[in-house]
Write a protein that binds this ligand. Structure first.
Ligand code: PHE
Length: 459
């Protein structure tokens, strides 16, 4: 297999195979554990409705404009993040620093992402052994506790997942991945909607609808607002410069605005559907959706213990979840690898093996984490959640801030104008975007950030 997985274009920069290639890869990167694992549990912890509303506002007013910015930077520079910042800013070191911060964020993010993906793989195994049928919610919780307390098992699955991700990036089977996303993504959508329809037959469905969509504010804190902002970055895969690399492979006449909007809508849809699948089953057994990271590993097995043919559906669900996580992980590793290749001038193989190995080793700390599970005693700091806090709520928003300042103020207006309108002239929309990235996004990020910090310091 060629070491460069992309087709060579006449400009010398590789490009996506097909027009849909970019959308598929970016959607594959965006839709992952963030939508199906993380969004439901943070929605549960933050009391639902109002959190969801703020999240949706963050997606539309912050996440989407940042996504457009990243892709514009990438296509204009035709380089991976650090080199792109360097090139477009005339070599100002502060900007390459932003690139490196993004790479660090990607490294840390993938380290714990892979642990959770490993749990999903383990759950494919549990479903294959028909472990959910006939179990009550307490026993189902016990299955998860058994997994996280079994360190070698957690590390093993984390290793298998990281190994797979590294191997795929190493041999560059990108085209295979494009085809995979093309098949699996619609399957995931159909399957999730099917599960939601089934959940819709439960009396608890209306309670779930009310929880997710009516904006009562009882549990939302300043930290929750920051979490909504941070998750809008996490779920769209923006803030660390990953889409700069993807954008650099984009054709001149591809429509950045339309593609970004499509990806954002799809991503948000999957996240909301995931809530409407899980919450009804939890409410039906009288459980609260407040138990954090384990939520999916409790709610879904409860669902599969009730749905006819649940064992089979369990295999399909965790299989699709694994695949969604894999396509996201590939894009994360790609951010780290492409920067190492460009900046350290090392070969693709070495860069991939070193990054993949490093991420695996660092992730062991998260595999070891003592998750706080209600009703079960757990001690010590929860490393996985701490890492997620730093990446999602600190690194990504700050990265997003830098990216919008760069796209709005540093690169020439003529460049962003040309990139924005390359496929279709949209003058008013361009002005709207520019206003958002110049003023609204930076202000929103700084305000939410300070508000949350000050609130935590009780000032
Ligand atoms: N967006 C992915 C998810 O929701 C996670 C991710 C973040 C992937 C950043 C790549 C870059 O699961």
């Amino acid at each position: 297999m060629a070491s460069n997985p992309f087709e060579r274009a006449s400009s010398g920069r590789s490009q996506w195979q097909s027009r849909a290639g970019f959308i598929l890869a970016a959607a594959g990167a965006a839709i992952g554990l963030g939508n199906i694992w993380k969004f439901p549990f943070i929605t549960g912890q933050n009391g639902g409705g109002l959190f969801v509303l703020i999240y949706l506002a963050c997606i539309a007013l912050v996440g989407l404009p940042v996504m457009v910015s990243e892709i514009i930077i990438g296509r204009a520079a035709q380089k991976s993040p650090v080199a792109a910042y360097n090139g477009l800013s005339g070599g100002k070191t502060i900007w390459s620093l932003v690139g490196w911060v993004g790479v660090t964020a990607g490294f840390i993010l993938l380290s714990y992402y892979s642990v959770v993906a490993g749990w999903s793989m383990n759950y494919i195994g549990l479903a294959l052994q028909d472990s959910f049928t006939g179990r009550d919610p307490k026993e189902i919780t016990g299955l998860f506790v058994g997994l996280v307390q079994d360190l070698p098992r957690s590390i093993l699955w984390h290793g298998v997942f990281m190994g797979l991700t590294t191997a795929i990036v190493l041999i560059g089977v990108r085209r295979g991945i494009e085809t995979g996303v093309r098949i699996m993504m619609p399957l995931l959508l159909v399957f999730m909607v099917g599960l939601m329809v089934y959940a819709g037959t439960l009396p608890s469905f209306t309670t779930a609808l009310d929880f997710v969509f009516s904006p009562h504010s009882d549990r939302l804190t300043a930290g929750g607002v920051l979490e909504a902002l941070g998750h809008s970055f996490f779920t769209l895969s923006v803030g660390l410069g990953g889409l700069i690399t993807y954008g650099s492979y984009l054709n001149r006449n591809d429509d950045i605005v339309a593609a970004s909007t499509a990806i954002t809508v799809l991503d948000t849809f999957v996240a909301l559907v995931a809530c409407l699948v899980m919450f009804p089953f939890l409410f039906a057994v009288g459980a609260e959706p407040t138990n954090g990271p384990p939520l999916i590993f409790i709610a879904m097995p409860i669902a599969f213990s009730q749905i006819p043919g649940g064992a089979l559906w369990g295999i399909v669900f965790f299989g699709l979840l694994f695949f969604a996580a894999l396509t996201s992980a590939i894009s994360l590793l790609e951010v780290v690898v492409s920067t190492l290749i460009d900046q350290l001038k090392i070969g693709r193989k070495l860069a991939t093996v070193v990054s993949g190995g490093g991420i695996f080793l660092y992730g062991i700390l998260s595999a070891k984490s003592d998750l706080q599970i209600p009703g079960i005693e757990a001690t010590g700091p929860d490393f996985l959640q701490q890492m997620d806090f730093f990446v999602s709520n600190v690194f990504l928003p700050l990265g997003g801030l830098a990216i919008t300042i760069f796209a709005g103020w540093v690169i020439p207006r003529s460049t962003s104008y040309e990139e924005f309108n390359s496929a279709k002239q949209r003058d008013r929309l361009y002005r709207g975007w520019l206003f958002l990235v110049r003023y609204v996004v930076p202000l929103a990020i700084v305000t939410i950030f300070l508000y949350s910090v000050l609130h935590n310091l009780q000032l």
